[in-house]
Write a protein that binds this ligand. Structure first.
Ligand SMILES: [Zn+2]
Length: 380
């Protein structure tokens, strides 16, 4: 759960981290109870803001979020994911330096940086335990230490779907729900578990990896080593492949270049699919419904394990709305025990485009404040 920065707690702290923590400590009440942090305050005389960065295969999205969780400013730039880890870290550094300047121009001060990244996170090291080839050479990258050294700011690393789940928990469809399953349907399928209002990350950061819940043990082989994972049936990539091989839909699909593995291309094809469904195309509606049913089967299995009362569906494919969501919800309700079905709600996520940015910023805010409370208690 700790990153490079939190490892310093209890021992000597790097000077820039100590300054950040001391500033946040000034914002911590000495009272008891969970609401130790003042609702509003200033840090070193400036309004505190939090930088969120969402690193993807094609773009780096970044934003500034205030203490109330409102997105104040956002940008988007190419991630240069195929240029390797040094180029990606350089891009993130440039984006964050611009964000720090924008915060200053607003009369605010960036307190910490949250990074949302695809893949399995090593929270102890603040590094990427495993990432797919969509980000070249990203596996093994010590993101937290590299960026803290460059930016002189506390940095926290989170899985992108976990970050989005936290955004829904604090500022979205999961507000007021202590336990829910978040599913992100994009190029791949990700997920996050909020249990007892907190992210459940698992012992090596692998919890909530919903895309690899298997729905057919005789199904096609997945890169994770299993067979029949739901991601192979209902992701944007899977839907784009189904469209390309469907004679009824083929003439609607833009011609793909050979060897193209561009997630933007897959997203645009799914937008075409959704538009066709909206126009009444029966085959487009059936593809989306079948994807919804596949996700519903996997969600029902998960609900039997965690007994949550809510499923939140985000990611670009959730824009399919009822063509996806209705079959998904029906499948869940028909697949779980009646006692559980009576207490399950399915909602579309409130945040899609900025979910990772908002979630990453919220992760950095919560981790820095909780570190400040720990430091404060140590001082008492
Ligand atoms: Zn898999």
């Amino acid at each position: 759960m700790t990153g490079h920065f939190l490892e310093g707690i209890g021992g000597p702290l790097p000077k820039h981290i100590f300054v950040a923590l001391a500033a946040v400590c000034a914002n911590v009440d000495k009272g008891s109870g969970s609401e130790r942090r003042r609702e509003r305050g200033t840090v070193m005389g400036q309004r505190p803001v939090w930088i969120g960065v969402d690193v993807g295969g094609t773009k780096i999205a970044a934003g500034l979020v205030d203490d109330q969780g409102q997105l104040l400013h956002s940008t988007r730039s190419p991630s240069e994911a195929m240029a390797g880890r040094h180029a990606i870290l350089e891009r993130i550094t440039c984006v964050c330096e611009r964000m720090q300047q924008t915060a200053e121009d607003m009369g605010a001060a960036a307190q910490a940086l949250g990074i949302a990244s695809p893949g399995l996170i090593n929270y102890e090291e603040g590094s990427i335990r495993f990432a797919t080839s969509a980000l070249k050479d990203w596996t093994g990258t010590k993101v937290v230490s590299a960026l803290e050294d460059r930016l002189r700011l506390p940095v926290f690393l989170e899985n992108d779907a976990n970050a989005a789940a936290l955004a829904e928990s604090r500022m979205g469809a999961g507000l007021g729900h202590s336990d829910f399953l978040y599913i992100s349907i994009g190029t791949g399928i990700g997920g996050g578990l909020i249990l007892g209002r907190a992210l459940h990350r698992g012992i090596v950061g692998g919890a909530g990896n919903f895309g690899h819940v298997a729905i057919d043990r005789r199904g096609p082989r997945c890169y994770c080593g299993s067979r029949g994972c739901v991601e192979l049936y209902a992701s944007a990539k899977a839907l784009a492949a189904q469209m390309a091989s469907d004679p009824q839909l083929q003439h609607f699909v833009s011609r793909q270049k050979p060897d193209r593995q561009d997630s933007e291309e897959e997203r645009s094809e799914v937008r075409t699919l959704i538009a066709l469904a909206d126009e009444g195309n029966h085959r487009a509606r059936e593809l989306l419904a079948e994807a919804g049913r596949s996700i519903g089967v996997a969600a029902a299995s998960t609900i039997h394990v965690i007994n949550c009362g809510l499923v939140v569906v985000g990611g670009g494919v959730c824009h399919a709305g009822r063509w996806l969501m209705d079959p998904l919800e029906e499948t869940i309700k028909h697949s779980v025990s009646p006692a559980l079905a009576a207490h399950i709600a399915v909602k579309q996520a409130r945040h899609t485009e900025h979910a990772g940015v908002l979630g990453a910023a919220l992760v950095s805010r919560e981790k820095l404040y909780s570190a400040a409370v720990m430091q404060d208690q140590g001082d008492d």
